[in-house]
Write a protein that binds this ligand. Structure first.
Ligand SMILES: *Cc1c(COP(=O)(O)O)cnc(C)c1O
Length: 222
């Protein structure tokens, strides 16, 4: 078995039924993704639109591609024709850009609202109060080609488990709060990465985004 296949198996075994694994393949070549694909993985996450587009073109069509990184409005066009889920919707402006491109392709695109909960100011996402205000005005009425599936978040980058747990519990609370607005199809709470996904699952994640634990460390210099 390849290293990727065995790491993938380990991560899978650690996830309870009902938790979806997004294998985060950003920066890694198509051949490595192929190894995970051959081991049965079908959902992959990427953070750069052009890279995502290239991998989509190079790899089998039954892969579900998730956009998990910050997305600029002028790059939505690269992924709108095929992307399965955009985790990182962090502004009204971006939601409108996705609406426009989705309509052009005749698609309804699933999205998550990214909520900022971490202590670091650099991390992206909605301020929760601003998201609440935005949703109160019923913006989805003007966004018929978007389907809101839930929320996504990134916990503070620290070894202090108390802090990380608090971030995940906060995300879970917002998930519950906003779910009451959207109903049945609002079913996705995307949180947890390689170093903290087990805690995220314990706090109610329905989707985890695991990269380096499966594919190894990333080399951004390449
Ligand atoms: C890169 C990335 C991940 C995966 O991180 P790992 O630590 O490699 O598991 C998850 N979520 C987001 C938003 C990312 O950008």
């Amino acid at each position: 078995m390849s290293e990727v296949a065995s790491q993938l198996a380990l991560v899978r075994q650690s996830l309870p039924a009902g938790v979806t694994l997004v294998a985060v393949s950003k920066t890694h070549p198509a051949e490595l993704i192929r190894e995970a694909y051959d081991a049965g993985q079908r959902i992959f996450g990427e953070s750069r639109p052009q890279e995502l587009r290239e991998k989509y073109e190079a790899l089998p069509r039954d892969i579900e591609w998730h956009m998990i990184g910050h997305l600029q409005t002028n790059k939505v066009k690269y992924i709108a024709p095929f992307v399965s889920l955009i985790h990182s919707v962090d502004s009204a402006h971006l939601a409108e850009a996705i609406q426009k491109e989705a309509a052009k392709c005749g698609r309804v695109i699933d999205i998550l609202f990214e909520i900022h909960v971490a202590a670091e100011e650099t991390k992206s996402g909605w301020d929760p109060d601003e998201l609440r205000t935005y949703l109160a005005a019923d913006p989805m009425a003007a966004l018929p080609n978007l389907r809101v599936r839930g929320v996504m978040g990134i916990a503070t980058n620290t070894d202090d488990e108390t802090v990380v747990r608090h971030d995940f519990e906060t995300l879970k609370q917002y998930f519950e709060e906003f779910r009451s607005r959207f109903g049945e199809t609002f079913d996705t709470l995307s949180m947890g990465m390689s170093h903290d996904y087990r805690l995220a699952v314990a706090c109610g994640a329905t989707m985890v985004r695991v990269g380096s634990l499966i594919f190894g460390e990333r080399d951004y210099s390449k």
